[in-house]
Design a protein around this ligand. Structure first.
Ligand SMILES: *Cc1c(COP(=O)(O)O)cnc(C)c1O
Length: 219
């Protein structure tokens, strides 16, 4: 079941974007099943859950933190996290840099951009992202790299609206990618979930975050 779903999604992606299996709330044996089917990228939205699961899976799993991150919790994932998708402030970026330095690592990050027509979603506005990426306060941060953007489209059946939101994020990505600083090295655009990843890939996504289409619905 899990393997079949993964292979079907991989077929639809046609190598245009990489698949992150979103494993939040799912037990370790299900993660192992996804691993055995070839998945190496796993997404979790809670620090504690990710830190608990990480030692129970093979070491070549890349762990992606896709949920809101509090500064006081960065230390629990700094030793191993592959990519943090949810950076939404300078303060958080500074803390990630500090914790990464303790482990002699450079941690890759995405800025989360608010693109949805909903009030509950986290993220920076395009202007705030611009301000952050051009801030002189980024100069001392040598243990983080900002490798792109992440966004969540509105949860709606209006596929044209979803497409417009993804297209807007891609335009922002293209504009911000040209900022010339050592720690800005754009290569990843994280957009698309179970319900909208096909549209996201058509609009330029490089990383899709898919949970329920692989593992079934969450309670
Ligand atoms: C849960 C979650 C997903 C996956 O959602 P599905 O609809 O189950 O594919 C993707 N991105 C984020 C940020 C999530 O929290």
């Amino acid at each position: 079941m899990i393997a079949d779903s993964i292979h079907q999604i991989e077929q639809k992606l046609q190598g245009r974007a990489r698949l992150i299996a979103v494993t939040k709330t799912k037990p370790v044996p299900m993660l192992q099943e996804a691993y055995d089917a070839g998945c190496r990228l796993f997404g979790e939205n809670k620090v504690q859950e990710m830190a608990d699961k990480q030692p129970q899976l093979p070491a070549d799993v890349q762990w992606h933190l896709i949920g809101h991150l509090q500064t006081n919790k960065v230390k629990y994932i700094a030793p191993f996290v592959a990519l943090i998708h949810s950076v939404d402030s300078l303060k958080l970026l500074q803390e990630i840099n500090k914790q990464a330095a303790k482990h002699n690592r450079v941690i890759d990050c995405l800025l989360q951009i608010y693109i949805a027509d909903e009030e509950t979603k986290f993220g920076l506005s395009p202007d705030e992202a611009d301000t952050l990426l051009t801030s002189p306060e980024l100069d001392p941060l040598t243990n983080v790299r900002i490798v792109g953007l992440m966004g969540l489209a509105t949860n709606t059946g209006d596929t044209e609206q979803v497409r417009r939101e993804f297209r807007g994020l891609k335009h922002l990505y293209d504009r911000l990618a040209s900022i010339d600083r050592p720690l800005i090295q754009f290569s990843e655009l994280s957009m698309g979930m179970s319900g909208d990843y096909r549209i996201a890939v058509e609009e330029g996504s490089t990383l899709v975050r898919v949970g329920s289409a692989i593992f079934g619905s969450r309670n």
